[in-house]
Write a protein of this length. Structure first.
Length: 322
């Protein structure tokens, strides 16, 4: 089969190699899946660089999220079992982690549902307890992670403010349903949020960026507001001033969605049922920026690493038309 493999750590565009290899052999509790579509996530870039919290043995195939087909023809979504990731014709996954792909979504959309929307749902509801009528601020609102949070926020009845970089991404955020879009390149984010909320600030802030975005969040979070830390796409991990959180009376919440698989696996299945229902009603639909041919997988991962993408990039195996 065809697969992309990493033999040494570095930038994805430099270290990912396309090869002909034997299909992987399932271990205990695993299943072999035929990949229908593989979503590109920022952790794929971190895996290539050797900077992710999980470091699979070299060589490995990146691609942590897939829509795939089981041996009996079922269409499923899951996280791939590294080191045999999803940028290949076949991958491995834990049998217990397979979830039915929603009928309302095509293969590329289904491949982009699992991690981003589960992260968004757990972050907004389980961690931040977002309430109808509250104001939600989403950083990188036109990106893969941010766009999911925007849709979930609107589904929850929140007023959603999206922060983006540039007019093209601003247009995307408006189309996603943001009630207000702030272009951080041309506007003062903190001033704009305060103006939109009558000086109160945002009740919940969803931050997959870190760095300067977090500093802005701390300045425009409301009384008893909640800042949800999802990741650090900026490459800078902020050091929160806890005295500031004390004086302003807000919460800083970490969200590591992967822990739920180990600590509370039933909650993931329940969340998937909710997301499937949302998809059927048209409340959520993964924003696919590009369906990428298999031959350009390394370039796609590099683009996500560089932060130049809008929505999700999904890699399709040869012959797929998802």
């Amino acid at each position: 089969m065809q697969a992309w493999r990493v033999y040494e750590n570095g930038e994805p565009g430099a270290v990912m190699r396309r090869e002909e290899v034997e299909p992987p052999t399932p271990g205990e509790g695993q299943v072999l899946l035929r990949v229908r579509a593989a979503n590109v996530n920022f952790p794929d870039a971190l895996l290539c660089r050797g900077h992710y919290q999980v470091r699979p043995p070299l060589p490995f195939t990146p691609g942590v999220e897939v829509c795939a087909e089981t041996g009996d023809g079922r269409r499923v979504i899951t996280t791939a079992a590294l080191p045999h990731g999803g940028f290949a014709e076949y991958t491995l996954a834990d049998a217990a982690g397979l979830l039915p792909a929603p009928d309302a979504l095509d293969d590329a959309e289904a491949a982009a549902l699992h991690i981003g929307y589960q992260t968004g749902w757990f972050g907004l509801h389980r961690r931040a307890a977002l309430k109808e009528g509250e104001t939600l601020l989403v950083h990188a609102a036109a990106g893969g992670v941010g766009s999911a949070a925007v849709q979930l926020g609107k589904a929850a009845g929140a007023t959603v403010i999206g922060v983006v970089g540039g007019p093209e991404k601003a247009a995307v955020a408006r189309a996603l349903g943001c009630d207000l879009v702030i272009d951080r390149r041309s506007e003062d984010v903190v001033a704009a949020v305060k103006a939109a909320t009558g000086g109160r600030g945002a009740d919940v802030i969803y931050d997959p960026v870190g760095g300067e975005a977090y500093q802005q969040s701390a300045k425009c979070v409301a009384f008893e507001g909640r800042i949800v830390i999802v990741g650090f796409a900026s490459g800078t991990v902020p050091a929160p001033a806890l005295n500031h959180a004390l004086v302003k009376n807000y919460s800083i919440l970490g969200l590591h969605w992967g822990l739920y698989a180990a600590k509370d696996p039933a909650s993931i299945a329940r969340c998937h049922e909710t997301l499937t229902g949302y998809a059927a009603k048209g409340l959520i639909k993964p924003l696919i920026g590009e369906r990428v041919p298999f031959a350009r997988a390394a370039d796609a991962v590099q683009r996500v690493a560089d932060g130049t993408t809008t929505g999700r990039l999904v890699v399709l195996p040869e012959g797929a038309h998802a």
